[in-house]
Design a protein around this ligand. Sequence first.
Ligand code: MG
Length: 322
Amino acid sequence: MSRRCVITVGDLGEFGVVARIARRLPQGESVLLGPGDDAAVVKAPDGRVVVTTDLLIEGRHFRRDWSSAYDVGRKAAAQNLSDIAAMGAIPTTLVVGLGMPADVPVEWVDGLADGFRDECALVGASVAGGDIAGSELVVIGVTALGDLAGHAPVTRSGARPGHVVAYAGRLGYAAAGLALLGAGIVPADGPLLEAVEAHRRPRPPYGQGPEAARLGATAMLDVSDGLLQDLGHVAEASGVGISLDPAAFPVGEPVAAAAKELGTDPLDWILTGGEDHALAAIYPPEVRLPPHWTVVGRVSDGANVKVSGRATGPGGWDHFRA
Ligand SMILES: [Mg+2]
């Protein structure tokens, strides 16, 4: 098996800013050959490479008036690193494509690069290279690579009746923050600010992905579209039903505070809010879970995801409440 992986990194000579960006980005031990050639060469220690890609489009995935360049960089890196962790792998390397209007100040790109740098530092990942082109909106395409370190990838299809459903990380925080911003509330401090910060910068529990693989998780994904919807993918891929106990979910202080402020049920955000990138995993019942995993449900025969024994349809939680 090859232990190197060659990636096309585009035309790095195209913009004067590229060298400036490259200097700000981490090129750690996963990168054997970084920016400056037609392609980079990175390590593939396991012999297999986990790869994922994600696209962020201004106005659709972020707003430049709601998030700083630094926050957008953190978030763009985080959602890709989290997808690698959700396979039970260790994120090693990113490659970044950036489209941007000519009037975006170069300092904005500096901030973006710094966000990538700091998020990658949390897991020791590197940025091996990238490409920049002019476009009408800011568009950020990120490809992430990861190392399975000898473990089998944890897919969505291994859940079996009798297994337990657990999650690590935060649920409902980013949705609470987005709701506050949408209501025109820009808090200066306290738990409401913490919710807004969670929207700007998710905090995925990266280490718990490889940990779940070691513990014997039978299915896993990161919660990017809402727990009900994402667990629906596990139920479908595994051919099982999933029952959640709403009383099992702790309500974080920022989520509770935002719910009080906006007169909302915090469980709405916890069950349907995306973008926190918590990890949801399925475990055989005999696995002893470390305390940062919270058991919230069970796998059963049947299909779909139920809350308190009642079906949640395509309309998810709203459907259930109606
Ligand atoms: Mg994902």
